[in-house]
Design a protein around this ligand. Structure first.
Ligand code: ADP
Length: 511
C-alpha cells in the first residue's frame, strides 16, 4: 500500500476495490444465468450443474430410521436420524476429526476411516441394534442398516446411489479417488470390515439442505450452504436439463434437483471485480484458479482475506496505518485468522442494537480521539478492542480506538461483499426457475403469490450478524421487493444428516 496521498487515499482505494455497485450485481447475475444454462447443456463446465437424481421433494410426512454420514466440511459427522412423519425428527450425532494426513493420503485409508467411524458410532451412540462384526460370535446375519452419504464435493452422479468424484475442494486431496465411484469406495470399506451397513443414497450437502428444509417447512425450492465452502442446489424442470436428453431420467420428465456447484462460478476470472488480496488468496491456495466464487464468499477464506487487508495496513509505508506496525503470530500466519473473528467483531459493533446505522464513525483518516467520539461509538469501539485482544493476541494498550474502527471497517468490507454476492446466487435461482425477472428485464411474473422456500446452512449465514440482511438487500435490488418479500430463507438445521436420511428413504422407495 502506498500512501503518498495520505492515509485516507489508502482507505478509499481499498474500499473501492471491495465495493460492488448495483450495476456490478446485475452484470454478475447475468453471467451467473449464462453459466447455469451452459452447465445444464453439457458436462465439463466450471459450474457443473450436476443432476442429483432426486426427483421429488419431501412434504414432512416421511418416516423411518436411517444412518447418515457427512463428509465435506470441517468435521466428519455420523448421525442416526429418526423421521417421525410430522415434520419433526430426532437425531443423535457424533463428530470425528479428519486429519490432514487422511485428507491428502490414500483414498482407501480415508474410506476405511469413514467405515471405522460408522462402526464406532453404531456401537456407542446409535439406538439401532448393532453388534460390531469383530465381536459378533453368533454368526447370525444382522439386519442391514441403510445409510445415506452426504458428500460435499463435485461428483458426477449417474443414479441416486452412485457417482464419480470429479475434483476435491476445501483442502481435501486424497489420492486415487478422482474418477472413482464414491459409493463403491465407501461400500467396499464397509464390506472389508464385514459391516451390515448399506449405502443406498449419495447427496450433496446442498441437496440435503433442500430436502431437510422441505421436510421441516413443507415446501422448499433450493438449498444453499454458506459454511467452509459455498454451493447451492435447486429444483429444475427436467426438460431444461439438456445434457440428460436420451436418458431414462429425461424420458420420465418432471423435476429434478440440480447441484449447481456454484463455488466454481468465475473460474474464468472474468465476472467478479477482483482485488489484489483475492489474487493472493488464490495464488497461495491448494486449488489456484478453481472455486473462484467460493473464495469470495465462504468461511474458509473470508478471515484470510481480512487478515491480508489488516497486514497490508500494518505494513504500510512510510508510516504503519494499524497497531503502530505491531503484528502477532495469528496475524502473520497463513489462515491465522478464522472467520469467526469477523462475526465477533461485528457482534461487538452492533450488539443487539437495532439502530446500528446510527453509530456514525468519523472518517477513517481522522484521529479518533475519545473526547471527539459519541459515548456510544466509543463504547462499541472498546468492545471491538476486546475482541482484537482476544483473537489477535495484542495487549489492550496496543489497540487504539482507531485500530478498532479500521479492523471493523476491513472486516465488514469483506463480509458485505460476500453477502451481496450470495444474493446474486439466490437471485439467479429465482430467475432461472421463472419466479422472478432480473431488474431492467421486463415485468416480474404476475399472479404468483406463493411463498418461495430456501433452506440454508453454514456457520457464516448462521453466525455472521447481518449476513442475511445484506443478502436480501442484494436480492431486493436484483429481483424487486415484491418477489424478495415472498422468499422464506430458513435454516436447514442438521440439513446434511436429515437430508441424507430422506435421500436414503427415497432410494429405497425407488427400489
Ligand atoms: P462446514 O464445514 O460443515 O461447512 P460450518 O458451517 O460450521 O461447517 O463452517 C465452518 C466454517 O465457518 C469455517 O471455515 C469457519 O472459519 C467458519 N466459522 C466458524 N465459526 C464462525 C462464526 N462464528 N462466524 C462466521 N464464520 C464462522
Amino acid at each position: 500500500v502506498f500512501q503518498h496521498e495520505g492515509p485516507q487515499a489508502v482507505f478509499d482505494l481499498i474500499q473501492r476495490q471491495f465495493t460492488l455497485d448495483q450495476d456490478n450485481l446485475v452484470e454478475i447475475t447475468k453471467a451467473f444465468l449464462r453459466e447455469f444454462k451452459l452447465g445444464l447443456e453439457n458436462y465439463g463446465h466450471a459450474m457443473a450443474m450436476i443432476p442429483s437424481f432426486v426427483t421429488a421433494v419431501p412434504d414432512g410426512t416421511e418416516t423411518g430410521t436411517f444412518l447418515a454420514l457427512d463428509l465435506g466440511g470441517t468435521n466428519l459427522r455420523v448421525c442416526e436420524v429418526v423421521l417421525h412423519g410430522n415434520k419433526t425428527f430426532s437425531l443423535v450425532q457424533q463428530k470425528y476429526r479428519v486429519s490432514e494426513a487422511l485428507k491428502t493420503g490414500e483414498a482407501t485409508s480415508l474410506f476405511d476411516y469413514l467405515a471405522d467411524s460408522v462402526d464406532a458410532f453404531l456401537t456407542t451412540h446409535a439406538t439401532i441394534d448393532y453388534v460390531t462384526p469383530s465381536e459378533d460370535e453368533s454368526g447370525k446375519e444382522q439386519p442391514t442398516v441403510h445409510l445415506g452419504l452426504t458428500f460435499s464435493f463435485p461428483v458426477e452422479q449417474t443414479a441416486l446411489g452412485s457417482g464419480k468424484i470429479l475434483t476435491w475442494t476445501k483442502g481435501f486431496a486424497a489420492k486415487n479417488a478422482i474418477g472413482k465411484d464414491v459409493v463403491e469406495l465407501l461400500q467396499d470399506a464397509f464390506d472389508r470390515k464385514h459391516m451390515p451397513v448399506k449405502c443406498v443414497a449419495l447427496v450433496n450437502d446442498t441437496v440435503g439442505a433442500l430436502l431437510s428444509r422441505a421436510y421441516q417447512a413443507g415446501h422448499c425450492i433450493s438449498g444453499a450452504i454458506f459454511g467452509t465452502g459455498t454451493n447451492g442446489a435447486y429444483l429444475e424442470q427436467v426438460s431444461k436439463i439438456k445434457k440428460l436428453e436420451g436418458t431414462t431420467a429425461s424420458a420420465r420428465g418432471g423435476e429434478m434437483v440440480i447441484n449447481t456447484e456454484w463455488g466454481g462460478f468465475n473460474n474464468s476470472r472474468t465476472h467478479l471485480p477482483t482485488t489484489p488480496f483475492d489474487n493472493a488468496i488464490d495464488r497461495l491456495s491448494i486449488n489456484p484458479r478453481f472455486q473462484a466464487f467460493e473464495k469470495f464468499i465462504s468461511g474458509m477464506y473470508l478471515g484470510e482475506i481480512t487478515r491480508n487487508v489488516l497486514v497490508s495496513l500494518i505494513d504500510a509505508t512510510p508510516k504503519s496505518l494499524l497497531f503502530e506496525g505491531k503484528s502477532t503470530p495469528a496475524l502473520n500466519q497463513h489462515y491465522g485468522l478464522d472467520t469467526s473473528f469477523m462475526s465477533a467483531i461485528e457482534e461487538a459493533w452492533i450488539g443487539t442494537d437495532e439502530s446500528q446505522e446510527a453509530f456514525v464513525l468519523p472518517p477513517l483518516g481522522s484521529d479518533f480521539k475519545r473526547e471527539n467520539l459519541s459515548p456510544i461509538v466509543a463504547q462499541k469501539l472498546d468492545n471491538i478492542r476486546q475482541v482484537i485482544v482476544k483473537f489477535l493476541g495484542l495487549k489492550g494498550e496496543e489497540v487504539s480506538l482507531k485500530d478498532a474502527a479500521l479492523t471493523r471497517w476491513a472486516s465488514s468490507l469483506v463480509a458485505r461483499r460476500a453477502a451481496l454476492l450470495s444474493g446474486t446466487a439466490v437471485a439467479t435461482v429465482l430467475i432461472q426457475t421463472e419466479r422472478a425477472t432480473l431488474r431492467g428485464e421486463g415485468q416480474p411474473p404476475r399472479g404468483l403469490n406463493e411463498r418461495i422456500g430456501f433452506g440454508v446452512d453454514g456457520s457464516l449465514v448462521e453466525h455472521y450478524p447481518n449476513f442475511g440482511r445484506i443478502l436480501r438487500e442484494s436480492l431486493r435490488y436484483l429481483v424487486g421487493e415484491e418477489v424478495e418479500k415472498r422468499v422464506d430463507i430458513g435454516l436447514a438445521k442438521d440439513g446434511s444428516g436429515v437430508g441424507a436420511a430422506l435421500a436414503a428413504l427415497m432410494a429405497l422407495k425407488q427400489g
